[in-house]
Design a protein around this ligand. Structure first.
Ligand code: AMP
Ligand code: MG
Length: 342
């Protein structure tokens, strides 16, 4: 009996020294068409390399299921059954993402819609040809858009796409989820002090040794030199910046984002950058896309009624940056910090 408090004290004392023995490691690979960086603290190189490899393997596995570029992915095979009258059994991962996507479609009044694929495809062509999508083709593509046409049976694990010509696109949610899964795999390998950066979708576990959190500098619209930089301090959370600062096409003097407003079938035209903090990457990634479409007022409403989330929105209006922040942002914002994620 008497030994118990002593043992507990010993364990608490030894914890910091175990942390001090940790080294910082960083690995990077291209997946889903973007660089994924994994940064963490581990006891030695052999265990670090093993854990990083396993995390990247998981990301690749998810890409094989969820890619809309690979015609053999599970997602694309499912899309090809649209209008066939068949309910298709899908993997747990695809079921989770499509279920969560449909939930957010409802919560966002249709702003987030993973059935937007036929329209995204026309905009990808427009980007290459530098010509706006043909109105007739756009009208036809839009007939196959709408998550009401995606019937999900969570009990049976099946999905039925009711309308012919449907095409699913998880580009607004899959990277965040892949980052969550990479962190989960690292934890299975005993690594908890980790950061995964999927090019804008960042997920962090426990803080680096001796620190309160991971320092993350968010620079909305910075590339255009129009932005403002904010510093966040995060642990066991996720942050995504979704914006057209990096991906936009210019046609006839107008700029169109790669994010589509499902109501109009058009790329967004107001330059904006939306940063969302959430408990996990899947939530942060998908909400950032949804808020981009909804705009500041309706977007912030969605953030305020979604537990554990916060947002920073910057839009360029009449050549001037305008900033909106949600109430919970102050919990994560640390103005005194500078520098990159460490
Ligand atoms: P993100 O960069 O996370 O905002 O995601 C943008 C990607 O999501 C686009 O490249 C499309 O693949 C897809 N997407 C575009 N518009 C929407 C939308 N309204 N809802 C869901 N996904 C979308
Ligand atoms: Mg997104």
């Amino acid at each position: 009996m008497h030994a118990t408090p002593l043992l507990l004290a010993a364990a608490a004392l030894s914890a910091p020294s175990a942390d001090e023995a940790l080294e910082r490691y960083e690995f990077a690979q291209i997946h889903m068409g973007v660089p994924f960086t994994i940064r963490f603290y581990a006891p030695d190189e052999a265990s670090a390399t093993k854990a990083a490899r396993a995390a990247f393997r998981r990301i690749k596995q998810l890409n094989d299921l969820l890619s809309d570029y690979d015609p053999d992915s599970e997602l694309m095979r499912l899309s090809r059954t649209s209008g066939s009258g068949r309910a298709v059994k899908v993997s747990d991962e695809l079921l989770l993402l499509l279920s969560r996507s449909k939930d957010l479609w409802e919560k966002s009044d249709g702003a987030f819609d993973v059935t937007v694929g036929p329209v995204v495809r026309l905009w990808r062509k427009a980007r290459r040809s530098k010509r706006l999508p043909d109105p007739d083709q756009l009208a036809e593509a839009r007939r196959a858009v709408g998550s009401q046409h995606m019937r999900i049976d969570r009990e049976r694990g099946t999905v039925e796409l009711l309308q012919p010509g449907m095409r699913l696109d998880l580009g607004g949610i899959a990277q965040g989820y892949a980052a969550d899964e990479a962190l989960r795999v690292l934890k299975e390998h005993g690594i908890t002090r980790a950061l995964i950066d999927a090019s804008g979708d960042i997920v962090v576990g426990d803080a680096p040794p001796g620190r309160k959190g991971w320092r993350i500098a968010v620079a909305p619209l910075d590339q255009a030199g129009e932005g403002t930089s904010r510093n966040l301090l995060l642990s066991n959370a996720a942050v995504t910046t979704s914006g057209d600062a990096y991906q936009r096409i210019e046609i006839d003097g107008a700029r169109y984002s790669h994010i589509i407003d499902p109501q109009t079938g058009l790329g967004l035209t107001t330059p904006s950058s939306v940063t969302v903090i959430a408990p996990d990457g899947l939530t942060a990634d998908s909400l950032a896309s949804a808020v981009s479409v909804l705009g500041p007022e309706r977007g912030l409403e969605l953030i305020e009624r979604t537990a554990g989330t916060a947002a920073l929105i910057v839009r360029i209006e009449e050549d001037e940056p305008r900033v909106w922040t949600s109430k919970r942002l102050a919990q994560f914002h640390h103005p005194q910090l500078t520098g990159e994620a460490k």
